[in-house]
Design a protein around this ligand. Structure first.
Ligand SMILES: NC(=O)c1ccc[n+]([C@@H]2O[C@H](COP(=O)([O-])OP(=O)(O)OC[C@H]3O[C@@H](n4cnc5c(N)ncnc54)[C@H](O)[C@@H]3O)[C@@H](O)[C@H]2O)c1
Length: 459
């Protein structure tokens, strides 16, 4: 590979590993690929929640000329307006709009011309909407996390088992290019037998939790309308799936392996109060609030196969974005973060393979060698989408799942096990770090279920 190509490739890894919170730009019209003329029927996807996140899914999915969007639902007129503009810009017929109240989504679900729905609403709506959608016979693609309580995790599993309507958790980081390459390395035995991993969500969200200034709740903007409230009420890992989803796939959780127990600890809470004072003054009414969420929540998960995973939630103090990935086995380890342009965060050591004994090597040549077949095949379209790389793949996977009428590769059992970290960590912290057992959402099936994620080169 020429020097120029190499640097382009390096840049594309960095770009496509960008924040799951940055803007999605243009994906080429033909980007969904693999649609030989006449080989499929149209896939009809409805959207519930077309705010910050839902509108990216909408634009991305509208690029697929085999997808029709018959209807959208949102209770915010501005969000509806933006979504209709996106439909117009993408040359799509105006969808019907359901916007009359918080349960308008039930009317969308009652339609018989919708095969699947993308749900991108505030967290507490995910399970009620997913359950209703499965009962209405729709394929469900639900944003992260899928559930906020253990009861909700069970509601998702039980409803799937009753209705057989498949649910996919739309965890885009599982499709990040460096993540998929490392997963390929895990599967190829580069690290030997896995022992340990770290991951987490280390993202300074203070400006998201308060917007504008020191405001949140009714009258605030974007996620400050609902997300911040969780930090007031809950001390736990509120957002575990971006980190733990990829590691769970590398460790075959629910497919030959299982999360067994979790212990969690939290630091004191300082960052949110400090931010309010800095942006609203000591006298601001929000400066009186007592925040439940510790600034840094650290959980340790033990798996049935004897691995440990450290998961961090760290959203209330200044820091560059990181998902803190480390994957370690009997042969060596890698520490990587696709955003880092710094070998310190992008390194590998493999016994007998690394150039220097006891010194890190650059991970890049390994990422290139183990680039996942999906990225090799469709990466050129995803890279053209800027940040949209991983979103391209997660949306494509959902659409293909619906089109082929197959089981999703990130399924309801994954959604339940990953989302359960939130209530379990809250309980562990409340009990002074006591271990909490993960429910076996698969009811014993994990022993014989086989890995499926990204094992084909098509979706
Ligand atoms: N995977 C990722 O990279 C990523 C990135 C950002 C957000 N998210 C997730 O996406 C979800 C949505 O986040 P967001 O940033 O879009 O939030 P947002 O507040 O910008 O959008 C949520 C939308 O849901 C609408 N809504 C609320 N209640 C509704 C109801 N009852 N019926 C219909 N619409 C309703 C709101 O009006 C709003 O437009 C969250 O779960 C968040 O964690 C994921």
């Amino acid at each position: 590979m020429s020097k120029v190509n190499k640097s382009v490739d390096r840049r594309s890894f960095l770009k496509t590993a960008a924040l799951s919170g940055a803007a999605l730009s243009i994906v080429p019209q033909f980007a969904f690929g693999n649609n030989k003329k006449g080989d499929i029927k149209e896939v009809r996807i409805g959207f519930i929640g077309v705010g910050g996140r839902g509108k990216w899914h909408l634009r991305n999915i509208l690029k697929n000329d085999k997808v029709i969007v018959p209807a959208i639902c949102d209770i915010d007129p501005e969000a509806v307006k933006r979504a209709l503009n996106i439909c117009n810009e993408e040359g799509h017929k105006k969808p019907d709009v359901y916007d009359k109240g918080e349960y308008a989504f039930m009317d969308l679900l009652a339609r018989d011309d919708i095969d699947g729905v993308v749900i991108a609403t505030p967290w507490t709506w995910h399970t009620p909407m997913s359950v209703a959608a499965m009962k209405a016979g729709k394929y469900v693609g639900v944003e992260v996390s899928a559930a906020t309580t253990l009861q909700e995790c069970w509601d998702l599993v039980n409803t799937y088992e009753e209705t057989k309507s498949p649910l996919m958790i739309l965890e885009n980081v599982c499709y990040r290019r460096d993540v998929m390459a490392v997963m390929n390395m895990v599967r190829s035995g580069v690290f030997g037998e896995l022992l340990h991993a770290t991951c987490g969500y280390r993202h300074d969200l203070r400006h998201v939790k308060f917007n504008p200034g020191a405001e949140f709740g009714k009258g605030a903007k974007g996620e400050a309308r609902w997300r911040t409230q969780h930090s007031l009420l809950h001390n736990g890992d509120l957002y575990p799936t971006h980190g733990v989803g990829p590691i769970a796939e590398m460790m075959n959780i629910n497919r030959g392996n299982q999360f067994l127990t979790l212990t969690s600890h939290a630091t004191k809470s300082r960052g949110l109060h400090k931010y309010i004072v800095e942006h609203g003054g000591e006298g601001h009414p929000n400066a009186k609030l007592k925040w439940a969420l510790g600034d840094i929540v650290t959980s340790v998960i033990e798996t049935a196969k004897g691995e440990t995973i450290i998961v961090t939630h760290d959203t209330n103090s200044p820091k560059p974005y990181s998902l803190d990935f480390k994957v370690q086995g009997t042969q060596g380890l890698t520490e990587f973060d696709g955003l880092a342009d710094d070998i310190q965060n992008h390194r590998i050591y493999i016994e007998g393979k690394s150039k220097r004994e006891d010194k890190w090597d650059n991970l890049d040549p390994w990422l290139e060698k183990y680039d996942h077949p999906l990225w090799k095949k469709y990466g050129k379209f995803a890279v053209g989408a800027g940040h949209g790389g991983m979103d391209f793949f997660v949306d494509r996977s959902f659409v293909e799942t619906v089109r082929r009428k197959v089981q999703p590769q990130l399924d309801v059992y994954d959604a339940a096990a990953w989302s359960a970290i939130t209530p379990l960590s809250e309980r562990s912290i409340a009990e002074g770090g006591m271990p909490q057992a993960f429910p076996d959402f698969t009811r014993g099936q994990w022993v014989k279920r086989k890995p499926v994620f990204a094992l084909n080169d098509d979706y």
